[in-house]
Write a protein that binds this ligand. Structure first.
Ligand code: DC
Length: 209
């Protein structure tokens, strides 16, 4: 059964696509960003310092969390998650859980930043979902507004650019397409079109395997 890796930057649509692929193929799905967010939330709750690697590592201990916890989706948590994800120790602490999920019998879909490059380099299908920073900022703004939050386009765009920079230039497992990944640019696609294209690409890749 297939392992499907979906990587890409923030607000590219990778989560929506990964969920749709999982449903279509009847596979379990893991949003690996939630693990980094859970560490960030732990750290934030006990007032730990994201600039301190040792404290960030302690926040990885006994990592139990509820994926439905709305706190995990807060912007502040997302910011801390991006900062602590540069630490090799934090990445190592979360590695096993992700690899076990990827190796389960029957296959799986995982989405994140380094699934196709580090977590599941042998994945049957690798998609790298991307979109221009401007389009992603628009999407993030709409999502924030739909949750009743106030934000300005300029701030959201600046935040997306800063996160891209940090996620792509870190030394360990930087955000980049695996050599054998299919790049799907969703800048000009609506959600339904992006999903349809991802399904088509995945079916095609699986048929040629
Ligand atoms: O996908 P997300 O926005 O929920 O991820 C939050 C942060 O976690 C992101 O800025 C980078 C980090 N992350 C990572 O380094 N590797 C992953 N596989 C998933 C997320």
């Amino acid at each position: 059964m297939p392992v499907i890796a979906v990587d890409g930057p923030a607000a590219s649509g990778k989560g929506t696509i990964a969920r749709a692929l999982a449903k279509h193929f009847g596979l379990p799905h893991m949003d690996t960003g939630l693990l980094y967010r859970a560490v960030a939330l732990n750290l934030w709750r006990w007032g730990g310092d994201p600039a301190n690697e040792f404290e960030a590592l302690r926040a990885c201990d006994e990592l139990g969390f509820d994926p439905a916890d709305p706190e995990l989706r807060r912007e502040a948590v997302s910011e801390v998650a991006s900062r602590i994800s540069v630490y090799p120790g934090v990445r190592a602490a979360l590695l096993k859980r992700q690899q076990q999920f990827a190796r389960q019998e029957g296959g799986a879909v995982l989405d994140g930043r380094d699934i196709g490059t580090v977590i599941a380099p042998d994945a049957d299908v690798k998609l790298f979902v991307t979109a221009s920073p401007e389009v992603r900022a628009e999407r993030r703004l709409k999502e924030l507004e739909s949750r009743g939050m106030n934000a300005h386009y300029r701030d959201v765009l600046a935040d997306i650019r800063a996160r891209d920079e940090r996620d792509s230039t870190r030394e360990v497992a930087p955000l980049k397409p695996a050599p054998d990944a299919i790049v799907l640019d969703t800048s000009k696609l609506g959600a339904a079109e992006a999903i349809a294209e991802a399904l088509r690409l995945a079916e095609q890749r699986l048929a040629s395997a």
